[in-house]
Design a protein around this ligand. Structure first.
Ligand code: TNX
Length: 556
């Protein structure tokens, strides 16, 4: 074991210095921890005993090879000190979890396997590492609605995010193409809304484009989600659920047409993509139903943040419906835009009253009247985030470029299907959230950054991992590290880090390009970038002036 491993850590710690010697973990590892370090000690014991075959048992502090000490602080900092006798991790309770993952990076990559291999020496390099995150929110959004993944994939993803010191997993649980969360009061949401007859090929935006003819669906029971929440919490990750409203809600409307704007014209669960005209209506019976849905959701997710969507909601059906117009007038509101403000504010207050904060995509800032605790997720570039920050809201940065990992990783025709080209690894690594910010004071409102895995065209588990990795590794460093290398140095570090992903069995994109079986070929995963990123960004820049997407961009 050489101290070179210090030069392979991803994300890069604040400081890491080698010392002479190493610590060889014996077959019986003594572990000492204080009360505040219980969670970190449990995690270390569970993960390392499985992978190494070593036995971890409590020991007196002086005799222990691993010592975990909590300073009781609320931050996420930690410090690792290793000499020939012991490895000590100290820090805040949350920071200790990150310390455990860094310790795992110091061990042979085989510790990311699910069972011990013969002949691995479990040595740790003597060193001193001091570390803390740059941003408090280091997130990843997983779209489970467009293409569903079984629970096991989410748990696996939690492991991979935790490996990189992420602390938020945003689950996009509902959309036009599927409703993925069991709600006991409204069973049709999953009976009807969790599956569709088939799926449009590529990024099909109408029923007349070719479809695959194969049913698709699935959902998580409340207990599945509680399991995911607990599994993530043990690994330092809060799971934030998203229920998309009032747009991107066609699966809900398919299940319960009375919550849509055209109750006499039932719709099916969406099979193609793009921006739908179908919105939930803002009438009292729908608001009451949505409150019931959120009440159940809050029993599953202890997250202080609850995402209610808010993007891409054209208001024409609210404007055109006599019943909705009459309701808007009865509230004394001037128009559909004011109704939209009322709608978002209503759920913000509903959540506040239950000790939670509303998070929404940046369209919600356009309508004003938000409760001050609302958090804005800036996706249409960075403008929405800047505006929100200047108005005093907390902000999360999730701009299409470069945090949308449904865009291709490269421009080569050997890439698999993606929504468009390209968000390069280098683009992700170069992302500096503060670079274009007008003033430093409002940048303080930025809680952090997040990458997005939208799944219209991410078809299966292998494809998901391919699109995620190694770009997630680059974003981890944007989110965590105070200082960043130049890209060449990062790439070199990453080349070593990929051995950890190999040990875990991740289908990442190699730095040299896709392996033959990762390529799109000429079939259903053929590389057909539907969107030109530059055009998409120019469009979004225009949209960012408004709360609604222009009519010519609607899908049906
Ligand atoms: C825009 S991002 C959307 C999503 C799509 C995504 C595809 C956002 C808030 N809305 O519905 O999946 O583009 O990149």
């Amino acid at each position: 074991m050489s101290s070179d491993v210090l030069a392979t850590l991803v994300p890069q710690p604040v400081s890491a210095s080698a010392r002479p010697g190493s610590l060889a973990l014996p077959a019986q590892v003594g572990i000492w921890r204080d009360d505040g370090a219980a969670a970190a000690a449990d995690l270390l014991t569970i993960e390392l005993s499985r992978a190494t075959g070593l036995r971890f048992a409590p020991a007196a502090r002086e005799a222990a090879q691993i010592v975990l000490h909590s300073d009781g602080d609320s931050g996420e900092h930690y410090r690792i000190e290793i000499d020939e006798r012991r490895a000590s991790i100290s820090g805040s309770p949350a920071g200790l979890i990150h310390g455990v993952y860094t310790l795992r990076q110091l061990l042979p990559a085989a510790n990311w396997r699910a069972a011990p291999l013969p002949g691995v020496a479990w040595n740790l390099p003597a060193c001193l590492i001091e570390d803390r995150p740059r941003f408090g929110w280091r997130g990843c959004m997983l779209d489970t609605a467009r293409h569903f993944s079984p629970k096991q994939t989410i748990l696996r993803f939690v492991d991979l995010l935790a490996m990189h010191h992420f602390n938020r997993l945003h689950l996009h649980l509902t959309d036009d193409q599927g409703w993925r969360v069991e709600i006991k009061a409204f069973p049709k949401l999953t009976e009807v809304g969790s599956h569709r007859a088939n799926t449009g090929l590529g990024f099909a935006v109408s029923a007349t484009e070719p479809h695959d003819g194969t049913p698709h669906g699935g959902y998580y029971t409340q207990d599945d989600l509680r399991e995911i929440v607990a599994y993530a919490a043990a690994r330092g990750i809060i799971v934030m659920p998203e229920i998309e409203l009032p747009g991107h809600a066609r699966a809900l409307i398919a299940a319960y047409p009375e919550f849509g704007c055209l109750p006499d014209e039932p719709v099916d669960v969406g099979t193609y993509f793009g921006i739908s005209r179908d919105l939930v209506n803002p009438l009292p019976h729908t608001i009451a139903a949505l409150e019931t849905i959120f009440e159940e959701l809050l029993t599953i997710f202890p997250s202080p943040w609850i995402h209610v969507g808010g993007d891409e909601a054209p208001l024409e059906r609210w404007r055109d419906s006599p019943a909705i117009r009459a309701h808007i007038a009865s509230l004394g509101l001037p128009d559909a835009e004011a109704m939209r403000t009322w709608f978002t504010a209503h759920f913000a207050e509903f959540l506040n009253a239950r000790g939670r904060r509303l998070v929404g995509w940046d369209e919600i800032i356009h309508y004003g009247g938000l409760t001050p605790s609302s958090v804005i997720m800036s996706w249409r570039g960075e403008k929405g985030g800047m505006k929100a920050a200047q108005e005093g809201y907390d902000v999360l940065m999730a701009p299409v470029f470069p945090t949308y990992f449904d865009y291709a990783q490269d421009e080569g025709a050997d890439e698999p299907l993606s929504i468009g080209q390209s968000v390069l690894l280098e683009d992700v690594y170069a992302y500096e959230p503060s670079a274009r910010w007008p003033d430093k004071a409002s940048f303080d409102k930025v809680l952090g950054v997040q990458c997005q895995l939208w799944r219209e065209v991410i078809l299966d588990e292998a494809h998901l991992e391919y699109m995620a990795f190694p770009r997630v590794c680059a974003l981890a460093e944007v989110a965590w590290s105070e200082t960043r290398d130049d890209f060449a140095a990062f790439r070199q570090r990453l080349a070593h880090h990929l051995a950890r992903l190999d040990a875990y069995g991740v289908n990442y994109r190699p730095l040299a390009g896709p392996r033959p079986w990762q390529q799109g070929g000429a079939g259903r995963k053929a590389y057909q970038p539907r969107f030109n990123l530059k055009e998409a960004l120019a469009n979004l820049d225009q949209w960012a002036e408004s709360g609604e997407p222009p009519a010519e961009h609607l899908a049906d």
